[in-house]
Design a binder for this molecule. Structure first.
Ligand code: SAH
Ligand code: SF4
Length: 384
């Protein structure tokens, strides 16, 4: 028997082609896509406006399956974190962050990451594998309809949308898993799927220059660039990819991207590391570096982990650093912690859950880390 095709793996054009192979007209693909991505249907029997013969045909050769949820925790502030199984003992995180006027979903694109940034525990775990389209879009599919089920909101375009923004800021480097990431982006933007505007979908990259250009042509969405350093020497040591694509090339790529981008600025993420990249001098150097790139800064207080040998900058230092950027006319925000009562961190925990049977041990380890590094260790951070 041939393996069933997962329809979550198809972008709109591919679904049209697939339906074509079954002898169906393109509008059938649209109907099918709405059932999947607007109604969260996983059972062909539900798709009542499709002919019974087509439903039977589909049931015999296709399925609609997101990766399995291993754990699901909701914080008292509404932040909800799922750990999803992507096979072979690998798991990735998906985090929902509700705010007054929007709901943001943070999704992962790879299990592990090959870039190996010094301050990132995802990087420290190494690269496991690229996620498939179905595993990437499946995080949005699962989260949107799970959130609706929890709140008793009906599926379909009439029910209130729970996820209004998506950020690719979970595990992995999205531009090193380019094709599946772009296919998933296309579904997020498609009117017969999630219909999100390009401005509400943000891709975060450590700076894969050629792929930034490729994205600008194939699917420009809002762009966040993980900068973390004000000069090449410093960045070479923090983000090894800098040796391949140094800062002047990265800044040029940002400028080129802005010609296509849905927003007229790049968001620079900057992880605040005590005594490493957080002095006044670094801030002034940054101002000069980004002078010709319209941008905003998002300062991320470092989430420490023991192997890193790094510490979080004190709050007062972060404030002074932000002030220098703001005095130079750059809009600057500092991420604040969320999800206080669930163990969750931006791209930090999934590395530790590779062995999912040792939950107790990990919880114990987490509380030890928190004793050592303060109660904010391992907490979700978000943009203020
Ligand atoms: N690989 C992409 C996207 C995932 S990482 C990238 O690097 O941009 C998302 C963000 O979390 C990045 O800005 C990254 O630098 C930041 N991050 C990683 N480890 C962190 C840590 N320990 N503390 C705070 N931020 C961290
Ligand atoms: Fe990979 Fe991003 Fe972590 Fe760097 S910060 S190791 S690019 S996930």
């Amino acid at each position: 028997m041939t393996a069933l095709t997962n329809l979550l793996d198809f972008d709109p054009a591919q679904l049209v082609a697939y339906c074509g192979e079954l002898g169906e007209k393109p509008f059938r693909a649209k109907q099918l896509q709405r059932w999947i991505h607007q109604f969260g249907a996983s059972n062909f029997d539900e798709m009542t406006d499709l002919a019974k013969s087509l439903r039977e045909k589909l049931a015999g050769r296709a399925h609609i399956s997101a990766p399995a949820v291993i754990s699901d925790h909701t914080s008292t502030d509404g932040t909800r974190k799922w750990l999803v199984d992507v096979g072979n003992g690998n798991a990735v995180e998906t985090v929902f962050i509700p705010e007054e006027n929007r709901g943001t979903l943070c999704i992962s694109t790879q299990a592990g990451c090959a870039v190996n940034c010094r301050f990132c525990s995802t990087g420290k775990q190494g690269f496991n594998r690229n996620l498939s389209v179905g595993e990437i879009i499946g995080q949005l599919w699962m989260a949107e309809f799970e959130l609706r089920r929890t709140k008793g909101i009906e599926p379909g375009p009439k029910g209130e949308r729970q996820i209004t923004n998506v950020v690719m800021m979970g595990m992995g480097e999205p531009l090193l898993n380019f094709e599946p990431t772009v296919t998933a982006l296309k579904l997020m933007l498609d009117d017969n799927a999630y219909g999100l505007s390009r401005r509400r979908v943000t891709l975060s990259t450590s700076g894969v220059v050629p792929m930034i250009d490729k994205l600008s042509k194939e699917c420009p969405v809002a762009m966040a660039v993980s900068l973390h350093a004000s000069n090449d020497q410093l960045r070479d040591g923090l983000v090894p990819l800098n040796k391949k694509y140094p800062l002047h090339e990265l800044m040029d790529a940002c400028r080129r991207y802005l010609e296509f981008a849905p927003r007229d600025f790049i968001t620079f993420e900057y992880c605040m590391l005590d005594g490493v990249n957080d002095t006044d001098q670094h801030a002034r150097e940054l101002v000069a570096l980004v002078k010709t790139v319209p941008c905003k800064f998002n300062l991320i207080p470092f989430n420490p982990f023991p192997e890193s040998g790094l510490k979080r900058s004190p709050n007062v230092r972060i404030k002074l650093f932000a002030q220098i950027l703001m005095d130079a006319g750059i809009v600057t925000t500092v991420r604040k912690t969320r999800g206080d009562d669930i163990d969750a961190a931006c791209g930090q925990l999934a590395g530790e859950v590779q062995d999912r049977t040792r939950v107790q041990e990990r919880m114990q380890q987490m509380s030890e880390y928190q004793k050592k590094f303060g109660p904010n260790f391992g907490k979700i951070t978000e943009i203020k």
